[in-house]
Design a protein around this ligand. Structure first.
Ligand code: GLN
Length: 198
């Protein structure tokens, strides 16, 4: 299983490390031509406006629509979640716009710009250490989106078929269970390819 981490800006090395820990081959991705050889891709945290601009510049805006249309799994963390969102509060543009959800950027206010908390995430862990850094949250999701985690009633992780996202930074812990969950999604994708359903 070969997983890429989009390496235009943001927390890349940490994702590589945890993907390897969870048992995948992990590579940094800087050119669209690399996407063909991947089974899945992580969109890391960072600054979504900056990442979005670089994605356009290097053609990832178009190439990743195609990647997702093939049902290849994508996992967006923090800014990566914003990149996946179909609607961004207070902003009249989106980036990939793939997930049926509305998100708010920098949604936790000044005092709580950065904090850590243990969260239950069904199918992942009962006590996953979630690190929030100027994090977005998910205000609303469509019917086809499963909510995976909440913090104080706010949605902070979700899945829509082959798309996974988290407001927090699972790569900033040494716990690879969220990455292992993503690899399981990639395995499902590969078995669908094997039987010809995608
Ligand atoms: N605040 C950033 C944004 O809006 C996301 C922060 C992060 O990825 N840690 O893009």
């Amino acid at each position: 299983m070969k997983i890429g981490v989009l390496a235009l800006q943001g927390a890349v090395a940490e994702h590589i490390q945890l993907l390897q820990q969870a048992g995948a081959e992990a590579v940094t991705v800087k050119r669209v031509e690399q996407l063909d050889e991947l089974d899945g891709l992580v969109l890391p945290g960072g600054e979504s406006t900056a990442i979005g601009k670089l994605m356009k510049k290097y053609g990832f805006d178009v190439a990743l629509q195609e990647f997702s249309a093939q049902k290849k799994p994508l996992f967006g963390t923090c800014a990566g979640l914003i990149i996946l969102a179909g609607e961004i509060e207070g902003q009249d543009w989106t980036h990939l716009g793939l997930m049926n959800m509305k998100v708010a950027r920098n949604a936790f206010g000044r005092q709580r710009e950065s904090f850590e908390i243990d969260l239950p995430i069904p199918g992942v862990a009962e006590d996953f250490r979630a690190v929030f850094i100027r994090a977005p949250l998910i205000r609303e999701v469509g019917d086809n989106v499963n909510i995976l985690a909440r913090y104080k009633d706010e949605i902070v992780a979700a899945r829509q078929g082959h798309l996974l996202c988290a407001s927090f930074h699972p790569e900033l812990t040494d716990d690879s269970r969220m990455h292992a969950y993503f690899l399981q999604m990639v395995k499902e994708y590969r078995s669908q390819v094997a039987v010809g359903t995608v």
